[in-house]
Write a new protein. Sequence first.
Length: 229
Amino acid sequence: MTETLLDDLLVIDISRGVAGAYCCLLFRHLGADVVRAEPPGRSRSDDDALSLHLDAGAKSITLDAAQPEGAALLRRLAERADVLIADGVLPPGLDYTALSAQNPRLILTRVTPPSSNGDSLFGEYFAGLNAFAATLLPLVNMAILGRGQQVEVDSGECLAAAAFVVDGPGQWPQVEPGEALPLPFKVMGQARGPAPTAPSAGEHNDEVYCGLLGLSGEEMAQLKEKSII
């Protein structure tokens, strides 16, 4: 069986946009274990066919980090993770300083979403690619020195840089909902990409919360009753 480069890497994805999802998809293509956390009752996979591609091969859990108990669960996940992918504003107490105090090896990659315009989908894909590449650099530092870092990726700056690469400003590749951009790299000798289907929301709650965090059935029932998971 062919081994993949990032078999032992655990990535927690709390992003909501395409950029974070695409970044995580690239990590999964290299064998990383990606756990996607989303608020109960709101599944990114329900949005459109594009999300079904972006989330393929991920594990899905439900988690309301806005509630104190949910934030505590996210902190426990971050303690065990190698990488945390986020966009937008992090919940209070879940910034890099607080999380790295518990897990000095953690890499936090934050992607600023692009402005809402006609280029937003391409911008998010391009930002996701940049986020993936930028996160690989701190992984080397983590492997050598045992310390993580925070990575900031600005989608607007990514678009500005792309203007010098594509055929003139505003001439972006057209990507329709349900259509996926091809994988932008190939590593010889590596296993082929993730499973072809996306998980349903919360499909892996038991596996992650009970298996990884050691929660009991009673604790799971209480969290579900409070709509925290």
